[in-house]
Ligand binder design. Structure first.
Ligand SMILES: Nc1nc2c(c(=O)[nH]1)N[C@H]1C(S)=C(S)[C@@H](COP(=O)(O)OP(=O)(O)OC[C@H]3O[C@@H](n4cnc5c(=O)[nH]c(N)nc54)[C@H](O)[C@@H]3O)O[C@H]1N2
Ligand SMILES: Nc1nc2c(c(=O)[nH]1)N[C@H]1C(S)=C(S)[C@@H](COP(=O)(O)OP(=O)(O)OC[C@H]3O[C@@H](n4cnc5c(=O)[nH]c(N)nc54)[C@H](O)[C@@H]3O)O[C@H]1N2
Ligand SMILES: [Mo]
Length: 559
């Protein structure tokens, strides 16, 4: 449930700008995004802006490759972005850098937000976030004085138990300075997975119907049920999110699970808890193309397909709908994912609703199901996608050009056409540091591994680059614990502990350690993370845990 904040503030969950806009910006702020390693194509857009003189601000507890070119680097303490952003908004308001005319014509709730940041002066935010007050002032002025500022964020900002507020604060800064709905101006999220955008438009989220419609909206239920040829009463209500499913298995409420494209044993927080849940299931079915660590717990594994083995449509990071063509057939007994789903429906006695022979027929149904919704695909066809190099939604009719940039007419997607300022409230993370667990642990990615690693841990050249997870820590912290690069270190959190090798680097805050999460078992960062969720988006707080470290002997059986 990724972008609850955009839905609440702007009425729609989508990056408002096409990526071309990045190179037209005068000021770019990158918050919690390791662009160089995780979004290399986006890096190129930033370079183009830099070539034209754009200023770059980067907020990250780690001095990532993109930060090397920043005009202003803000070394924010994990989980404290909200303090930083509230203080930036405070300065923007205090110093008269708001766009009053825009706020009055196109938004509601500004006074509430202004009141909520009134006490967040840069001095107070500096104490919480570790970013110098002068740097906060400078960032606020760079953005507030520009008519072409973009704020770009990824999981560093969002994997927090106040991730929704964090994003609301980013959107509030854009709205307050009128930096939205124009070329080179806007807040954007850098969506991660290949079809991460499309997935959250059409029902991968457990509270949704196609077209970014709500499962609790009677009109939406009526429309979609009509397209599917069923009664609205046959549609269930909102279900559980990923971590909630594991909780419900533990409590005995869920006894059977069928999963496609999901490796929760590696990717969900508190991995021991996830393993216990999978062991408890009475039935567990998995569709994957590799026997993942999770699939090893399954009663039945069905061999599915890679993206390259099946044609179909996805929505990219910009909400541009594109067509992926098939390159090869699935090998051996493997089958395309869509044919597996349709066949399952037939075996379950519901084949009449899944008469599809190829993905294109599914897309034709999706066009109708999404019609009239926020993510309206009705005007998008295979022919148009191929001819126009993709089409941006909303695209309600066949002669509609699609919508690369949202809100150009100053209308937002709420019924009154106005964007909403949300009131912002500070709270601590769900696993706070204390005397015993005094170090911040944050987790994420390295360039040569991908997600839960099922694919990249099998590719020799990538394994050679980064064979095992390493603990990144600052020389000062390393010295306190008598640790050198290559030493084995045991990292312990309130859940569990793992032992891995140290990598002493100057590119991280001295109060923080970083572990990439691409490995299973005793090498899994997620043995250490906790299950606190953002109460609205239900995204886990992967980016902030408390831990302690101690030098260790090499673990048994490992060099
Ligand atoms: N090579 C590679 N590329 C990928 C992926 C991959 O696994 N490997 N995965 C894809 C997917 S699904 C996604 S979601 C994206 C993720 O892309 P990103 O979000 O860019 O990657 P992460 O490593 O999760 O975290 C981003 C940054 O957040 C910082 N960070 C940690 N805690 C905080 C904090 O409290 N505040 C702030 N401001 N920053 C913090 C980390 O130091 C890190 O540099 O990448 C996509 N691209
Ligand atoms: N600690 C920590 N944990 C994290 C994160 C973090 O930053 N820190 N990041 C989180 C994020 S942003 C993400 S997106 C998740 C990802 O979490 P997951 O979605 O669980 O991880 P993936 O590696 O994408 O794996 C999905 C599984 O699907 C399989 N698969 C891939 N493509 C296909 C396909 O086309 N068809 C089929 N049938 N199977 C396929 C893969 O082999 C793999 O076993 O991890 C999250 N977990
Ligand atoms: Mo992701």
């Amino acid at each position: 449930m990724l972008f609850r904040s955009y839905k609440t503030a702007l009425g729609v969950d989508r990056a408002p700008n096409p990526w071309n806009d990045i190179s037209e910006a005068e000021v770019l702020m990158v918050i919690g995004a390791n662009i160089g390693e995780c979004a290399p194509i986006t890096t190129d857009y930033i370079w183009r802006a830099r070539d034209k003189g754009a200023k770059l601000i980067v907020a990250d507890p780690r001095f990532t490759p993109i930060a090397r070119n920043a005009d202003l680097y803000l070394p924010v303490r994990p989980g404290t972005d909200l303090a930083l952003l509230m203080a930036m908004l405070h300065v923007i308001i205090r110093d008269g850098l708001t766009d009053r005319a825009f706020i009055e014509a196109h938004t509601t709730g500004f006074e509430k937000t202004a009141e909520s940041v009134a006490r967040w002066n840069p001095g107070r935010a500096a104490e919480v976030s570790g970013v110098a007050p002068e740097a906060i002032e400078k960032a606020a002025h760079l953005i507030g004085e520009s008519r072409r500022a973009m704020l770009m964020h990824a999981r560093g900002l969002e994997h927090q138990s106040k991730g929704v507020e964090n994003c609301e604060a980013v959107v509030a800064i854009a709205l307050a300075t009128g930096n939205i709905g124009r070329e080179g101006a806007g807040p954007i999220m850098i969506t991660g997975q290949g079809n991460g955008q499309g997935g959250r438009e059409h029902g991968q989220k457990c509270d949704q119907l196609p077209g970014q419609r709500s499962l609790t909206d009677p009109v939406a239920r009526e429309h979609v049920a009509g397209v599917w040829g069923i009664s609205p009463d046959d549609l269930p209500g909102p279900g559980y999110t990923a971590v909630e499913i594991m909780n419900a298995i533990h409590s005995g409420e869920i006894k059977g699970l069928f999963s496609i494209c999901f490796n929760p044993l590696v990717s969900l927080p508190d991995a021991n808890f996830t393993r216990e849940a999978l062991e408890k299931l009475e039935f567990f079915g998995v569709v994957d193309f590799f026997l993942s660590e999770t699939a090893a717990h399954a009663d039945v594994v069905l061999a599915g397909s890679l993206q390259e083995e099946e044609e179909g449509v996805t929505a990219n990071v910009e909400a541009r709908v594109i067509h992926i063509k098939k390159a090869v057939d699935p090998p051996g007994n493997a089958r395309t994912d869509s044919s597996i789903v349709c066949d399952l429906a037939r075996r379950l006695g519901r084949g009449q609703y899944f008469p599809f022979k190829e993905p294109r027929e599914i897309f034709e149904e999706l066009r109708r199901a999404s019609q009239g919704g926020l993510a309206d695909y009705y005007g998008i066809t295979y022919e148009r996608i191929d001819r126009e190099m993709g089409v941006f939604w909303p695209c309600p009719t066949l002669d509609h050009p699609g919508t690369p940039r949202l809100f150009e007419d100053g209308r937002f997607f709420h019924p009154d056409g106005k964007a909403r300022f949300m009131s912002l409230t500070w709270r601590d993370s769900g696993d706070p540091v204390d005397a015993e667990f005094s170090i911040y642990l944050t987790t994420g990615r390295v360039v040569s591994q991908y997600l839960s690693g099922t694919q990249t841990r099998r590719i020799g050249a990538l394994v050679d680059q980064y064979p095992e997870p390493k603990l990144e820590l600052h020389p000062r912290l390393a010295e306190q614990h008598k640790i050198s690069s290559g030493d084995w270190v045991t990292v312990t959190s309130r859940r569990s502990s793992i032992t891995l090798q140290a990598m002493v680097v100057r590119t991280i805050r001295p109060d923080t350690v970083f572990i990439p999460y691409h490995w299973p078992g005793g090498r899994s960062a997620n043995r250490l993370t906790h299950r606190t969720l953002d109460p609205r988006s239900k995204i886990p707080e992967y980016k902030v845990s408390a831990c302690r470290i101690e030098k260790a002997a090499a673990p048994g059986g490992r060099p």
